[in-house]
Design a binder for this molecule. Structure first.
Ligand SMILES: CCC/C=C/C(=O)SCCNC(=O)CCNC(=O)[C@H](O)C(C)(C)COP(=O)([O-])OP(=O)([O-])OC[C@H]1O[C@@H](n2cnc3c(N)ncnc32)[C@H](O)[C@@H]1OP(=O)([O-])[O-]
Length: 280
C-alpha cells in the first residue's frame, strides 16, 4: 500500500502535471508548472496509519526541498473517500511506545502541512472525517466535490474521544470560535452545502470539476510573489503551530494517558466493531 501513497514525486519525477485524462480547464502549461499532486492511496479508506503519516511527511519534505515545486494539490486515489482519518487500529491494543511514535508522527504531519511554504490546495473528492478533515484544514484552500455523501468535519466526540487542542485551533482558525465549538462538541460532519456555509470549505463544485478547479485556484495563489505570501502565511499560522512546538512532549504524554484509559480503549474498540459489523 504505502509505497504508492503519493502519486509520484509526482513524485517519481514522472511528471508534475496532472494526468492527461483530467480536464485542464483554461490553464496554460505555465500555470501548471511547479504543481505537484499528492494522492492519498491507502485502500480501502485512506486511513492514516503510522506508515502513511511517515510517507506523507517524507513526500512533503522532498517537495519543499525541490525548488521546482511551488504548490501541491492534496487529493485521494480512493473513490468516494478523501481519508477516514487516523487509523483507529494504531490506537487500539498497542504498546505505550507505539502510541508515542504514532502520535509524534501525527504531530509532525500537522506541523509540516500547517507551516508549509508551498501553496497547498485540498481537492476533496470524498468523505473526510476527523484526521481527514484536519489534513484539508491545514491547506490554504479547500475545494469539495458536490456529493451529499461527502461529509466533512471533526467527529471525534462521536467516537468517545477528544480532538486535541491543535485540531481545535486549526478549526477555530478556519471557521471561527462559535461554529468550531458547536461542531466539535456535537462531532458534526457537514454535507457540502453546509460545509460551504460555515466556511469549512471554500468552494463546492461538481465532482468532475474538483481537480480542474483546484488547478485554477492554484494559479491564482501562485500569481502572488512567494516570499510575501510565505511570510504572510507564517504570520497567520506560526503562533498556533508554536503552541504545539513548545509542548510536543507534554502533548504526547497527555495522548498516552488518554488513549491508554480502559474507557477510551473500550470506546475505540466498540466503534471499530460497529464499522466492521456495518458491512456484515
Ligand atoms: C484521539 C485523537 C483524534 C482522532 C482523530 C481521528 O482521525 S479518529 C478516526 C475517525 N474516523 C472516523 O470516524 C471514520 C470512520 N470510518 C467511516 O466512517 C467509514 O469507514 C467511511 C465513511 C470512511 C467509509 O465507509 P465505507 O462504507 O466505504 O467503508 P467501511 O466503513 O466498510 O470501512 C472499510 C474498512 O475500513 C475500516 N476503517 C474505516 N475507518 C477506519 C479508520 N479510521 N481506521 C481504521 N480502519 C478503518 C473498517 O473497519 C473496515 O474494515 P474491515 O471491516 O474491512 O476490516
Amino acid at each position: 500500500m504505502a509505497q504508492d501513497l503519493v502519486d509520484g514525486l509526482l513524485i517519481k519525477a514522472r511528471s508534475h502535471l496532472p494526468p492527461p485524462s483530467e480536464p485542464l480547464g483554461k490553464l496554460s502549461k505555465r500555470d501548471r508548472k511547479g504543481v505537484a499532486v499528492i494522492k492519498l492511496k491507502n485502500p480501502p479508506v485512506n486511513s492514516l496509519s503510522l506508515e502513511v503519516l511517515t510517507e506523507f511527511v517524507i513526500s512533503l519534505e522532498k517537495l519543499e526541498n525541490d525548488k521546482t515545486f511551488r504548490g501541491v494539490i492534496v487529493t485521494s486515489d480512493c473513490p468516494g473517500i478523501f481519508s477516514a482519518g487516523l487509523d483507529l487500529t494504531e490506537m487500539c491494543g498497542k504498546s505505550q511506545a507505539h502510541y508515542a511514535e504514532f502520535w509524534r508522527a501525527v504531530q509532525e504531519l500537522w506541523l509540516r502541512l500547517y507551516l508549509s511554504n508551498l501553496v497547498l490546495i485540498a481537492a476533496i473528492n470524498g468523505v473526510s472525517p476527523a484526521g481527514g478533515c484536519l489534513i484539508s484544514l491545514t491547506c490554504d484552500y479547500r475545494v469539495l466535490a458536490d456529493n451529499p455523501k461527502y461529509n466533512i468535519g471533526l467527529n471525534e466526540t462521536l467516537l468517545g474521544v477528544v480532538a486535541p487542542s491543535w485540531f481545535k485551533d486549526t478549526l477555530v482558525n478556519t471557521v471561527g470560535h462559535r461554529t468550531a465549538e458547536r461542531a466539535l462538541q456535537l462531532g458534526l460532519l457537514f454535507p457540502p452545502a453546509e460545509a460551504l456555509r460555515v466556511g469549512m470549505v471554500d468552494q463546492v463544485v461538481p465532482e468532475d470539476q474538483v481537480h480542474s478547479t483546484a488547478l485554477s485556484v492554484m494559479a491564482q495563489w501562485l500569481a502572488v510573489p512567494d516570499h510575501a505570501r510565505q511570510l504572510t502565511k507564517s504570520l497567520m499560522r506560526k503562533p498556533t503551530a508554536d503552541r504545539l512546538v513548545k509542548q510536543r512532549d507534554a502533548d504526547i504524554q497527555y495522548f498516552l494517558q488518554f488513549v491508554s484509559r480502559d474507557s477510551i480503549q473500550k470506546s475505540l474498540r466498540m466503534y471499530l466493531d460497529k464499522l466492521r459489523q456495518k458491512k456484515g
